[in-house]
Design a protein around this ligand. Structure first.
Ligand code: BGP
Length: 479
């Protein structure tokens, strides 16, 4: 029986991918001399769940890559664990086992006809650098550039590089929401400084790649991955509209301006400064930063856009306060940001158990908006989108029934293809995620995978969504 519903066929050549991240999948956190990340001790102290063995991907990558290929996936987002190469982030010598591991992983992708898209940083700063201030300390940027150079020289087989995954999520989750270490809440000064320093780090690595490419003929592409959470005003009132503008400036425009315009526009800074003033915060830009950013802005070959949900924003005059739903107990999250606005739920818009609004049109709006605002932007890929869900166990046929996920992804891909048919240069879609893995601030019960993992014994099962993915993949050849 066919599972095809809204989307009938994929365009020829459309990249049909799946995403993963090293720390969420690999496990083996102490193997081969691997150094600690900012998460290891934090998760132990938190006492809710642990990063070992995660999805055991360090050992079982071949099985997962084979299942990916069998599910019609032709591109796989993975990340290199910085501390598998340099355990303290900035060591003189790399770790042999870690270096060899990623050669093996990329060779395995090639064996199954899957193109790797590789991020250098996916939320897993080395603990040694994290303890010294993480991205707020400029030394981390220098160390990141050295690590990037090592990877570019070591892995010429990688032709698609991403610098940093979701720059805004680091700033937001570490310093505003407080659900990533070091768990500051509404520390606006650190958040905006983190955003800027990440844009500088991204720019320096893009400029480096261009230089090395000219020297060594690497022949690959580079870009960044960011998540866009579009803010819509809760009502048509001028106050709510302004609140949504403030939210968009802080959460989207600042980073996208830096990355693709090579400067923070006047309008963006007017709004960002309004937020900084309301919170007694300031941003420090060092000499040379803006030149580096300007030089990189036209040198990106691609951009990865992640989209999960919109934010509906109403004006708010009070103090900042939030509660984070990390357990999947519906209706437990609140978010009120002084100087910006408060998040509200909208009648008629469904939400997940983790209170994420399900709004497929948002991805269309994001792609159209970015294409119009950043004509300089290179080819885009949707590098993450998917449904976090409490999936049932496998049925008698060994398949996991996840019709909610098929429905979610189908509706979002439909909107992506609509934007594409209206001229947006979007050339691929990567579902989050390939296999079930733990969610940073939520744990193992928030499943996203095409492949189900029984975390008691690491057995893999296909979900219905994997069968649907495969069926759609076949339409590419047919079209
Ligand atoms: C993105 C991250 C992923 C992944 C995903 C789902 O922000 O890049 O690593 O975790 O979101 O989010 P969550 O795990 O919080 O549900």
């Amino acid at each position: 029986m066919s599972l095809i519903n809204r989307v009938k066929a994929l365009p020829e050549g459309f990249v049909w991918g799946a995403s993963t991240a090293a720390y969420q999948t690999e496990g083996a956190t102490t193997v081969g001399g691997k150094g600690k990340t900012m998460w290891d001790d934090y998760l132990v102290a938190q006492g809710r769940f642990l990063p070992d063995p995660a999805s055991d991907f360090y050992y079982r990558y071949e099985e997962d890559i084979r299942l990916a290929a069998e599910s019609g996936v032709d591109a796989l987002r993975v990340s290199i664990a910085w501390t598998r190469i340099f355990p303290a982030g900035d060591d003189a010598e790399p770790l042999a086992e870690g270096v060899a591991h990623y050669h093996d992983l990329f060779a395995c992708c090639a064996k199954y006809g899957i193109t790797p898209y590789v991020s250098l940083h996916h939320f897993d700063s080395p603990k040694a650098l994290f303890d010294a201030g993480d991205w707020l300390n400029r030394h981390t940027i220098d160390a990141f550039v050295r690590y990037a150079e090592f990877c570019f020289r070591e892995y010429p087989e990688v032709k698609n590089w991403f610098t940093i995954n979701e720059l805004i999520s680091l700033a937001h989750s570490q310093y505003i929401q407080g659900n990533f270490p070091p768990s500051h809440r509404f520390d606006v000064e650190s958040a905006i400084q983190c955003q800027h320093n990440l844009v500088v780090a991204h720019a320096r690595v893009v400029n480096l790649y261009r230089k090395l490419d000219a020297e060594l003929g690497l022949g690959g592409r580079i870009g960044m991955v960011n998540v866009i959470t579009p803010a819509y005003p809760a009502t048509e009132s001028a106050a709510d509209k302004h609140a949504a503008d403030l939210y968009n400036a802080f959460y989207t425009d600042f980073i996208m301006d830096g990355a693709f315009k090579g400067r923070y526009t006047e309008r963006t800074m007017e709004l960002v400064n309004e937020i900084l003033d309301a919170n007694g915060a300031r941003l420090a830009i060092e000499q040379g930063d803006m030149d580096e950013i300007a030089a990189a802005s036209t040198q990106n070959d691609m951009v990865g856009i992640n989209y999960y949900q919109p934010a509906f924003i109403a004006a708010y005059e009070g103090e900042s306060t939030n509660s984070f739903n990390g357990t999947g107990e519906k209706g437990t999250s609140t978010f009120k940001f002084k100087g910006v606005g408060q998040q509200v739920t909208m009648e008629g818009i469904p939400t997940t158990d983790w209170d994420w609004a399900i709004y497929p049109k948002g991805i269309y709006d994001v792609l159209k908006h970015l294409a119009a605002t950043y004509p300089e932007m290179p080819v885009a890929y949707v590098t993450e989108n998917g449904l976090g869900h409490k999936d049932p166990e496998p049925g008698a046929d060994g398949i996991v029934a996840d019709p909610e996920r098929i429905d979610f992804v189908d509706a979002h891909v439909e909107q992506v293809l609509k934007a594409r048919s209206e001229g947006v240069n979007v050339q691929g879609y990567f579902i989050w995620s390939l296999q079930d893995q733990f969610s940073w601030a939520n744990g193992y019960n928030k499943r996203y995978g095409l492949i189900y993992i029984d975390f008691d014994n690491q057995k893999r099962y296909l979900k219905q969504s994997a069968l649907w993915y495969k069926e759609l993949a076949a339409t590419k050849r047919a079209s």
